[in-house]
Design a protein around this ligand. Structure first.
Ligand SMILES: Cc1ncc(COP(=O)(O)O)c(C=O)c1O
Length: 299
């Protein structure tokens, strides 16, 4: 049982894994990544994560040089070498090694560097969050679009640090229009006037895979859901709030700006949804992700 990596096709223990100092991911955050979680050895929603990796590459004008089956096989080998289940799997693709510490992409003359990291998944499904609306704005889409899951996470790193300094566990950032975007590594849902509202993609957020699943799932539970922009004041007036992410599924928000919501327990509708959503993920894994993953490994 060890944390394992695969760097450009070579398996290596995480404690021994290194990248060169001229790697552009190290120098400039010039990289993209995905975080996937396994259940019973199968990556949840692999197809969606693979598609988003491609979209992030396009967003950074980065040409990916490996096909899906090759990456899936590397992921599977790394999972097997780690001997861990369930796993946290991080796939990082950097623009590769430049010939100088120079921001010009023309100096990155090699191929992209592919790193797969596998560690145990520490259960976080349903993990509650205390949120703080921070002063720091979410990156503007016209500057560095949050839709591309790049390795440049300084905006979220600093937003989170500010929230923690205020005694919260995560931040909410608003955008330059003054509407709510998302938390540091999660999307956000707010129950406003009986409808679950989540900021639209054009608010400048990551197109979360859990968020997309929830947009389909909530109506099947009789819940109304809408992608719409809302302000921090509307957020503060919401009846319930939750975060969504691959690692957390649905995370009830227990406090906002230091104020306890539902006695610091999170909302009752949120809790009921979590249970049903986890069942839905299991069914999805059995019927869809599992068979697709096994087909990919033999292709
Ligand atoms: C900024 C940000 N928003 C939202 C999410 C949630 O996305 P997903 O549901 O695909 O994990 C993440 C996940 O890492 C994230 O980094």
């Amino acid at each position: 049982m060890a944390n394992m990596c695969n760097i450009d096709g070579r398996l290596v223990a995480e404690s021994e894994a290194t990248v060169p100092v001229l790697d552009r991911g190290f120098l400039f955050g010039d990289s993209i990544y995905e975080v996937v979680r396994t259940i019973d050895g199968v990556p949840l929603a692999w197809a969606e994560h693979w598609a988003r990796l491609g979209a992030s590459a396009d967003g950074l004008r980065m040409a990916l040089d490996l096909d899906e089956a090759t990456v899936a096989q590397r992921v599977q080998q790394t999972i097997e070498a780690s001997g861990v289940d369930p796993c946290y799997v991080r796939i990082v693709v950097t623009r590769g090694t430049g010939d100088a510490p120079n921001i010009d992409v023309a100096t990155a003359n090699g191929s992209p560097r592919w790193v797969v990291m596998v560690r145990p998944y520490e259960p976080q499904s349903g993990k509650p969050a205390r949120l703080q609306v921070v002063e720091r704005l979410r990156n503007d889409r016209r500057a560095l679009d949050p839709a591309a899951k790049s390795g440049n996470y300084l905006n979220s790193v600093l937003g989170l640090a500010e929230a923690k300094a205020a005694g919260a566990t995560d931040c909410v950032m608003v955008n330059t229009d003054g509407t709510v975007t998302e938390a540091s590594t999660s999307n956000l849902f707010a129950l406003i006037d009986g409808t679950w509202c989540t900021p639209p993609l054009d608010a400048g957020i990551l197109a979360g895979i859990t968020r997309a699943m929830l947009l389909d799932f909530l109506p099947t539970c009789g819940e109304r859901v809408e992608e719409r922009a809302f302000t921090a004041d509307e957020l503060r007036a919401a009846d319930e709030l939750f975060l969504s992410s691959t690692l957390r599924d649905i995370g009830p928000v227990t406090h906002l700006d230091g104020r306890a919501l539902h006695g610091g327990e999170g909302g009752p509708r949120t809790k009921a949804l979590l249970e049903r959503f986890v069942d839905r993920l299991q069914a999805r894994l059995r019927d869809r992700d599992g068979p697709q993953w096994r087909r990919l490994l033999v292709s």
